[in-house]
Design a protein around this ligand. Structure first.
Ligand code: NAD
Ligand code: TDX
Length: 357
């Protein structure tokens, strides 16, 4: 008999935020079993989860959230009462090059998962926690900040597909009474982020003596949050947030991209003893991203006031931890750079792998 009281289905748990969420949660929620359903796309990397063995309290299932049969199998076998939905195609530049996977996973996948909750949760019970992004709100001018009532105005195929998924989640609450909560968070950074995103790309390129590509003039502004602080916020909402509500999450840490790159370069220089100028002189201003949102900012006063959540890390302390993680985890970095992590996954988990769904 297992003493685990609650089963949490985490979709996309092999990705950046999902893997940090699992590592964070297994330690802090010893009464929960976590079933990690992940398709293992290029963005899924189980190497980051080796600290957790496969078996209670972390069970890995390779599968697609857009596949209703897989979802029925997982729900019947594990009977989750909480779903935390991270699985998505998440990179804006990839969505511009090929939007089809974004529509399939982010919209169809969320739809299928909502339907599975409707089939398997006893009426009015369970929780569907939808992890979404501030990008659904579009771009801000020089002032103001996104809040829970900001109208949707997505710019990229990625943010449009996330916006569609948010609408479906809300509609399932209003129409079918499904217990849902939605969080829209700003840009995360931290350990185990795939180096297609700004921060890990700059860290790895700085360490390897490569160029640092900055889109346009580098004046675009993002709000930055250390990934563990996002995970804490998700738990605050799961445990104490109101059903049917949305909470926006942010670090009150707005920075222009050029400032982010400069901080990364200085921290890498500090840690490695290389002169900062040697790294900074490799900055290159390159062609801008089409439809590039100018500025994102978050007003997190609702989650601060209602749930008492506050980030633990400042932008500088979180960035220091992040740079150190990339320096101390050379094997992870090498496997990602060479693609070896894919070969390892296929050797260990086959086409489906994990617990067969
Ligand atoms: P990621 O790209 O690192 O990871 C996505 C994970 O989902 C991967 O493990 C991938 O294998 C898995 N996946 C993709 N398609 C799947 C499918 N069809 N079925 C099952 N698994 C599938 O993404 P991330 O940065 O960790 O983002 C996680 C979630 O958080 C996303 O929903 C994203 O929109 C949201 N979010 C991200 C950020 C950020 O800054 N990274 C900020 C706010 C919100
Ligand atoms: O090489 C680069 N050079 C550059 O200037 C890259 C990869 C990015 N950028 C710029 C584009 C953005 O203004 O840096 C900023 C951040 O870019 P990304 O890391 O691609 O993130 P962003 O597009 O802001 O989206 C991220 O935050 C919100 C995540 O990828 C999304 O999943 C999340 O929803």
């Amino acid at each position: 008999m297992s003493s685990l009281e609650t089963t949490v289905l985490v979709t996309g748990g092999a990705g950046f935020i999902g893997s940090n969420f699992l590592l964070h949660s297994v330690r802090r929620h010893p009464r929960c079993r976590f079933v990690n359903l992940d398709k293992l796309t290029y963005a899924g990397n189980l190497r980051g989860l080796e600290a957790l063995s496969n078996g209670d309290p972390h069970v890995f299932v390779r599968g697609d959230v857009a596949d209703a049969t897989t979802l029925d199998d997982v729900f019947e076998r594990y009977r989750p009462s909480i779903v935390v939905h991270f699985a998505a195609e998440s990179h804006v530049d990839r969505s511009i090059l090929g939007p089809a996977d974004f529509v399939r996973t982010n919209i169809e996948g969320t739809f299928q998962l909502l339907e599975a909750c409707r089939r398997h949760f006893p009426r009015g019970e369970g929780l569907f926690h939808h992890v979404s992004t501030d990008e659904v709100f579009g771009s801000l001018g020089e002032t103001g900040a996104f809040h829970e009532g900001t109208p949707y105005d997505p710019s990229s195929p990625y943010s449009a597909s996330k916006a569609a998924s948010d609408h479906l989640v809300r509609a399932y609450h209003r129409t079918y009474g499904l217990p849902i909560k939605i969080t829209n968070c700003s840009n995360n950074y931290g350990p185990r982020q795939f180096p297609e995103k700004l921060v890990p790309l700059m860290i790895m390129n700085a360490l390897e003596g490569r160029e640092l590509p900055i889109y346009g003039e580098g004046k675009n502004v993002r709000d930055w949050l250390y990934v563990d602080d996002h995970c804490d916020a998700i738990w605050a909402v799961i445990e104490r947030g109101r059903v049917g509500e949305t909470y926006v999450i942010g670090g009150r840490a707005e920075r222009r991209n050029v400032e982010v790159v400069e901080l990364v370069a200085r921290l890498v220089a500090e840690e490695t003893g290389v002169a900062p100028e040697t790294i900074l002189e490799r900055r290159r201003f390159v062609a801008d991203r089409p439809g590039h949102d100018h500025r994102y900012a978050i007003d997190p006063s609702k989650i601060e006031r209602e749930l008492g959540w506050r980030p633990r890390e400042s932008f500088v302390s979180g960035m220091k931890k992040t740079v150190r993680w990339y320096l101390e985890n050379e094997a992870w970095v090498d496997e990602v750079r060479t693609g070896e992590y894919r070969r390892w996954i296929e050797a260990n988990y086959g086409r489906r792998g994990g617990e067969a769904a």
